[in-house]
Design a protein around this ligand. Structure first.
Ligand SMILES: *Cc1c(COP(=O)(O)O)cnc(C)c1O
Length: 404
């Protein structure tokens, strides 16, 4: 075994990322020195307020929005909930039609499901075998009472990048608000809310080297939206609660860095991604790529292996010092494999044999090479020792962790 195995190689950046030291340093003073409440009139509060507004500018610049269109939230989940419930329930409405897709994050699917209880109708569109939403299907699904279209910008499991600009155009032409969950896309691809016809966009700091528990919702000027968090009226009434000043500063710093380094980071990750997409099926028998070969995030490689259980693969790779994730079912004993992989038309067995590798800005070619070096051996060993092959279907309670 090489010495490289001793140091942990983190290839699970789709789940979360490391806070960059620069981000951490920017946040620290807002815990220790300038810890005031931005709404206070005294000097403590006055110190915090400009930091929040500076961060708002940095987030806005990353997506070509106006700072006044940025609402700070606790993360991607809250942004999705606010975008969806806040628009469709505007002024107490309980009726209307929502269009979404089968491969959305649970933070979108669950609010849609919840809204059905009040009387909303939801169309959940299918995707192609490669995980793409067809804009023509969106167009066909539109009704007179459609109140929201929500389609993610890039998928968190298989990394497919959706044709948001076309979908946004369809929504715009019909005066329907368009929301996109861009949590995975931020920092990995260019986003322009104006050119892409986006009315609402969710983002989360911890997916691009910022801290956990902070995110934002972009709300285009003029979008009809109401709060889902009633209280003191912060964030122009859209998100009450005392601002998470250090978190907001961290999000701002992460946004600045993401914008500054976007092209270099994305092209470096893309080269490593393409190396994996090419090498894995070439060196591992019966290995396949999930998702689209090119319309995918530069940091996402997703595979499936016949006669392999994803959870075993993740544990064996962890043993070799590599952190990755599987596209298996959520924990808590669920038997259902990932809804995203099933939406591609994969069988339960195929879905269970999946592996997600997500790069971050700090990963090196050496690390990817190490994964490529150990993977064929790990897969063949698992196939040898595991009773999980053609003879034995997947048993109950064998799901993996939920992919974020
Ligand atoms: C991680 C993730 C979320 C949830 O974001 P949190 O900040 O963890 O709440 C939502 N959507 C997508 C696509 C994600 O990857």
């Amino acid at each position: 075994m090489t010495t490289r195995a001793k140091k942990m190689i983190y290839l699970d950046n789709g789940a979360t990322t490391r806070v960059l030291p620069e981000v951490f340093d920017a946040m620290a003073p807002y815990f220790l020195d300038m810890w005031g409440n931005p709404s206070s009139l005294h000097s403590h509060g006055r110190d915090a307020k400009p930091a929040v507004e500076q961060a708002r500018k940095s987030v806005a610049a990353l997506i070509n929005a106006d700072p006044s269109e940025i609402v700070f939230t606790s993360g991607g989940t809250e942004s999705d909930n606010l975008a969806i419930k806040g628009t469709v329930m505007y002024k107490g409405k309980t009726k209307g039609h929502i269009i979404t897709t089968r491969i959305e994050h649970h933070a979108v699917l669950e609010p849609c499901e919840y809204l059905k209880r009040f009387g909303f109708d939801v169309t959940v569109l299918p995707v192609s075998r490669e995980g793409l939403v067809d804009p023509a299907e969106v167009e066909k699904a539109v009704r007179n009472d459609t109140v929201l279209i929500t389609v993610m910008m890039a998928n968190n499991e298989i990394g497919t990048v959706q044709p948001c600009r076309e979908i946004g155009k369809i929504a715009k032409d019909r005066n329907i608000p368009f929301h996109t969950d861009a949590v995975q896309a931020i920092g990995k691809m260019r986003i322009d809310v104006k050119a892409d016809n986006i009315d609402l966009l969710s983002l989360s700091a911890h997916k691009f080297n910022g801290p956990k528990g902070i995110g934002a919702l972009y709300v285009r000027k003029g979008t009809k939206i109401e709060t889902v968090m009633h209280g003191g009226g912060q964030e122009r009434g859209l998100r009450s609660s005392t601002e998470n000043v250090p978190g907001i500063v961290g999000l701002g710093k992460a946004s600045e860095i993401a914008r500054r380094d976007l092209d270099a980071t994305a092209s470096r990750m893309k080269a490593l991604r393409d190396k994996m997409l090419k090498e894995v099926p070439a060196t591992v028998p019966r290995a396949y790529v999930n998702g689209h070969m090119t319309k995918r995030l530069p940091n996402n490689a997703h595979f499936r292996f016949d006669f392999i259980e994803g959870e075993g693969l993740v544990l064996q790779l962890d043993f070799k010092g590599i952190a990755v994730s599987t596209g298996s079912a959520c924990s808590t004993g669920s038997l259902e494999p990932s809804h995203v992989l099933l939406a591609l038309g994969l069988t339960h067995e195929q879905a269970h044999g999946s592996l997600r590798v997500t790069l971050g800005r700090e990963n090196t070619e050496e690390e990817v090479d190490y994964l490529l070096e150990v993977l064929p051996g790990v897969v063949s060993k698992l196939r040898e020792i595991s009773p999980f092959n053609e003879r034995r279907p997947m048993g109950p309670g064998e799901g993996g962790d939920c992919v974020q």
